[in-house]
Design a protein around this ligand. Sequence first.
Ligand code: 7TS
Length: 419
Amino acid sequence: MSPVSGAVLLPVERLRRDFPILGERINGHPLAYLDSAATSQKPQVVLDAITDYYRAANANVHRGAHALAERATDIFETARERVARFIDADPQGVVFVRNTTEGINLVAYGWAGHHLGPGDRLVVTEMEHHSNFVPWQEVRDRTGCELAMIPVDDDGRLDLAAAARLLERPTRLLAVTHVSNVLGTVNPVAELVAMAHRSGALALVDGAQAVPHRPVSVRQLDADFYAFSGHKMLGPTGTGVLWGRPELLEATHPFLTGGSMISVVTPERTTWTEVPHKFEAGTPDIAGAAGLLAAIEYLEGIGLAAVDAHEAELAHYAMEVLSEVGDITCYGPPVSDRPGILSFNVRGVHPHDVGTILDRAGVAVRAGHHCCQPLMRRLGVAATVRASFYLYNTRAEVDALGAALTDVRRIFAEPAPPA
Ligand code: 7TS
């Protein structure tokens, strides 16, 4: 997971031309989009794949004996196969959902809600996005199971000794993020999964900030469930994936029922069709799958190791730029072992004010709690500013961030105007 040293640098200027939105001007400045952890921008090939689908293949999938239905089904199922290959998994375990949140809820409602009860326990971590925290609180409240939390240490890493202690006791499920969306911490997921398995637990990994940026093999991680979002990896909004071991998906109840997910329906009872289709009730986002397929082909053409190395280099540079600005507190582990996510605060300035001033200079960052309120409490702050990088970002954009932050300091250093 560490950046590949000596990797060939990306031809960023050429890649940028593939993303029409990057030519936008914002408030009179060139756009510096540093918010890809929220959602990525989309290359023209993804936009084309969506319109081509509607122009030449639009029909419902898995239904109708006509040529267009076959084309649509072929695109949809090819997308499933390519997703599976992308994360080194079997297509039978790939369920199309709307986003990471829906994937995790599917496991929370469909598996945990049916298999856990009083006396069982779930373990999560203090750095989870609310999407991998609130569903487990709900499971706790509905089933009466216990919910424990692995703490984060002062460097923004998981306390592995505490994790080992928590997982010494029998546990049913560990839910952990692969990469923190606030701190950029890359968790030792294979080690945590092994700990979970020794305690008899299944392991669900939230891969929302990992799959877009670095090679991931669910097989090597030995995870049981793995969720991520297509829209953070150059794909369309409304696309996401839950991968699960097929035998566990068999034991998971469908979250939604209705059309396309049944085997036989009688007035008395209904049986489900096979995995993964039993989780895809109703007409799916076929155009979204076409776009996601194009996004994966685009990323494979570049190579994720190179993407990872490029982001790590930018994060390193950004850290230097931020330290030159001064009066900035950064959160998370040393930059040497983290990818392109940087959270920070400017002393004495509210993060939302920082975000607004940066936006005036065309620099798009996120300011807020980043859907991680338990982690904010641990850090002792209400919110942070977050810059996040992807394959299309440049050093010039980091310079624009630095210049705008210098403006922030200047503006807030000025004496207040007389009342
Ligand atoms: N898990 C992690 C680690 C995330 O970063 C996010 C989204 C989610 C789950 C939820 O993904 P969704 O596609 O279901 O929304 N994170 C962010 C963020 O950091 N800023 O905006 C969304």
